[in-house]
Every structure is written in structure tokens, then in C-alpha cells.
Write a protein of this length. Structure first.
Length: 393
């Protein structure tokens, strides 16, 4: 799948930069064009792979390149005011060569959480290509303002994009880990999971041909209908066991090698990986039952992939989700592992989102209470002033 990626804010820019690194390492060719947008000049200078001409500094008249300080309302205002500057960079994207736009943003800060929904609305008004979001939720230990920003931004972002793919930092940060090293690992996880998914179908001349092709239309159809999506992933490493150069042995997590792998063993391995991917740690933890649509992508050396295993995994997903819209296929690549990537679209039973919605409701109630209190105080003040003036007349 060919994507125009736009990283909005610090986290978004870093993740898009990491996607470009992934492209270089794997040759997957996912990122057709990359743009970074920020209100902080230092964040743009810290990027390594996004071209300088595609780094857009907005809000210079208001924040002088110093960022918006986690104020996502200010971030949204600046995005509205400077949307033409962002469009200037997007004009350089060969839109006829892409399958979709992907806006990547951390939803806890100010620039990304405020500006990404504004950009999504703008792109959908101008282009016919789908506009997807990749929203990164802050960890619970990052502070109340970040959770509140995420609660506000999430509701708006999911409404403006064709589908919102979500990665929840709270489910992935390890205890005792430094903030910097933690985010570095998290960004690697984001790119690994979404890289396998978006890389499906990008076959070049001379590549192995899939038995059951997964192309960009399968991904687009799975994401159709909107809502929230999560991705599951599981992999097992593969060893080269002979001079023939064929990758013919699995090395599983427990270190046991299986030689002379037959079709039945291949099928069992695939179904096991599918279960691990769906029931393990998702990018956004949730109950998979009730997901509206799903897509299974099996990637790896072609001799370790077979149609029967993929079909069995797809049927198992149908049973678990209760959805009749479960697609599946393979993505042959010469790598040192076989991986199952599962896209679950239109998920509903998501504890983290319910928590964010509750935060948003409570915040709105507090705002209403503060506003009402302010109005009452103002009325009392006016009445007191009138009482003081009465004797003068």
C-alpha cells in the first residue's frame, strides 16, 4: 500500500521518520511521500529522514517556533490559520501514485492532538483518496493534561478521518523504563506492526508471488465504514539450514528447531501465530468479539506459507469476531521470520476509549460548572456595584 504520511507534532514526526527508516531497511516502499508539521522548530530539526523541504513550521507569528505547550486548542487554531502552508508541502505529493493519506499524531500533546483533526477535515474536502489517522494515546503516567488532550482530540479525530488506527502507549510502556528509551521502543513497535500490514501487496518484479494476494484494496475495504482499529502481531524466527539457501526451519520462542517441515506442520504453525496475534497484545487492547471487519496478513518466506493455514486462521478469526467480513492472504518476503499481522476494524469493547470518554465528560461538566460559577460571580459583582451606586442617585 502506497501512503502519503504526514507526521503532525513531535510524536507524529518521529514515527514517520521511523517509517522511512523501515522502508530503507526492508525495501517495502510503503511511504511514497513524507511530510512533518510542527509548531516547534527544534522538533523539526531533530528529524533525520524527512526531507527539509517537507518540514513545515506553523504558528511562527504566535508561538515563534517554540511550540504550543500542550495547549491543543491553540494547536487547532494555528492549524486552521496556517493550513495553506501545510497544503504547500502536500502539493508536492504525487497524489495519483498513492492509495491513501495517513496522518500520524500523538494525541496527548498540543500540536498533534489539536492540528491533526483540522488537517484530516481539510484533506477529505479536497481529495478523493481515503484519509486515515494513526493516533498515539499517552501513558497514564504522563500527566492529567495529556489525558484530557487525548480525550478531546480522540473524539474529533475519529470523526474526521475515514478510520482511526490507534496505538496505546499505556499498554506498551515498561515499568522502570526511562521516557526516552521507552518511546524509542514504542516507535519501533508501531512501525513493525503497521509496516507488515501496509507493506502487503507491494510486490516488485522478481519477488515471490503470493498464493492469495493481499493488496491495497483489501486494506481499504477492511478500513471502510470508519470507526476505530487495532492491530495484532506475532512472529517466529526462521533459520537458514543448508547451502541451498532455502529458509526451511522455524526457530520458535522456546528455541526448538523443527526440521523437515511438512504441509501439516506449516498449517499448524500459521494457525498458532494467528491466535497469538489476535489474543496477544494489540496496539489498542480490546475484546476482539464484535469487531466489524478483519484482515489477516501472513508474511515470510514462501515455503513457510500455505493457503490451507491462512484459510484456517481466517475462519478462526470469523468465529472469534463474529464478523462475516474477514479477509486474508499472504505476503511472501525473504526475511528471517514468519509473521501474522491482524487488522481489526470497527472495534467496540475498548476499555481505554471508555476511560477517555469518561474523562471528556467529566472535563466538560467541570468546564460547565466553572462557567456557571463565573457567570454567578459576575452577576453578584454587578449587583454589588449597583447597590453601591444607588445612594448616589
Amino acid at each position: 500500500m502506497k501512503l502519503a504520511m504526514i507526521g503532525f507534532g513531535q510524536a507524529g514526526g518521529k514515527v514517520v521518520d521511523k517509517f522511512l527508516e523501515y522502508d530503507e531497511a526492508t525495501g517495502s516502499g510503503i511511504v511514497r511521500s513524507a511530510v512533518a508539521v510542527n509548531t516547534a522548530k527544534a522538533d523539526l530539526l531533530g528529524l533525520e529522514r524527512i526531507p527539509d523541504e517537507n518540514r513545515v513550521l506553523i504558528g511562527q507569528a504566535r508561538v515563534k517556533g517554540h511550540g504550543v505547550g500542550a495547549d491543543n486548542e491553540l494547536g487547532a487554531e494555528i492549524a486552521e490559520e496556517d493550513i495553506d502552508e501545510v497544503q504547500g508541502a502536500i502539493d508536492n505529493i504525487p497524489v495519483h501514485e498513492i492509495d491513501a493519506f495517513l496522518i500520524v499524531a500523538g494525541l496527548g500533546g498540543g500540536t498533534g492532538s489539536g492540528g491533526s483533526p483540522v488537517l484530516a477535515k481539510h484533506l477529505k474536502r479536497i481529495y478523493t483518496e481515503p484519509v486515515y489517522g494513526l493516533g498515539i494515546l499517552p501513558g497514564g503516567d504522563e500527566g492529567g493534561i495529556y489525558t484530557l488532550n487525548a480525550a478531546r482530540s480522540f473524539q474529533t479525530f475519529v470523526r474526521e478521518v475515514d478510520n482511526l488506527l490507534v496505538f496505546d502507549n499505556d499498554a506498551w510502556r515498561k515499568s522502570g523504563e526511562s521516557m526516552e528509551s521507552g518511546y524509542e521502543e514504542i516507535n519501533d513497535e508501531i512501525v513493525r506492526r503497521f509496516g507488515v500490514l501496509f507493506g502487503a501487496g507491494e510486490v516488485e518484479a522478481g519477488d515471490a508471488v503470493a498464493e492469495s494476494v493481499v493488496d491495497s484494496s483489501e486494506i481499504i475495504n477492511t478500513l471502510a465504514g470508519g470507526g476505530v482499529s487495532t492491530v495484532g502481531y506475532a512472529a517466529e524466527s526462521v533459520e537458514d539450514t543448508g547451502s541451498s539457501g532455502l529458509l526451511s526451519r522455524f526457530k520458535s520462542d522456546d528455541g526448538i528447531d523443527d526440521s523437515g517441515m511438512d504441509a501439516a506442520n506449516t498449517t499448524n504453525r500459521i494457525t498458532s501465530l494467528v491466535r497469538k496475534a489476535a489474543l496477544g497484545r494489540l496496539t489498542l487492547p480490546c475484546e476482539i468479539d464484535g469487531a466489524e471487519r478483519a484482515l489477516l496478513v501472513m508474511s515470510g518466506p514462501p515455503e513457510h506459507l500455505n493457503r490451507k493455514g491462512i484459510e484456517r486462521g481466517r475462519k478462526w478469526l470469523e468465529e472469534q469476531t463474529g464478523s462475516m467480513e474477514v479477509r486474508g492472504g499472504d505476503y511472501p518476503v525473504r526475511e528471517n521470520n514468519v509473521a501474522a499481522s491482524i487488522l481489526l476494524s470497527g472495534v467496540h469493547n475498548v476499555p481505554r476509549i471508555k476511560e477517555l470518554q469518561q474523562v471528556a465528560i467529566e472535563a466538560q461538566d467541570n468546564i460547565d460548572d466553572i462557567r456557571q460559577q463565573s457567570e454567578e460571580n459576575l452577576e453578584e459583582l454587578v449587583e454589588d456595584e449597583e447597590d453601591e451606586l444607588d445612594p448616589l442617585f
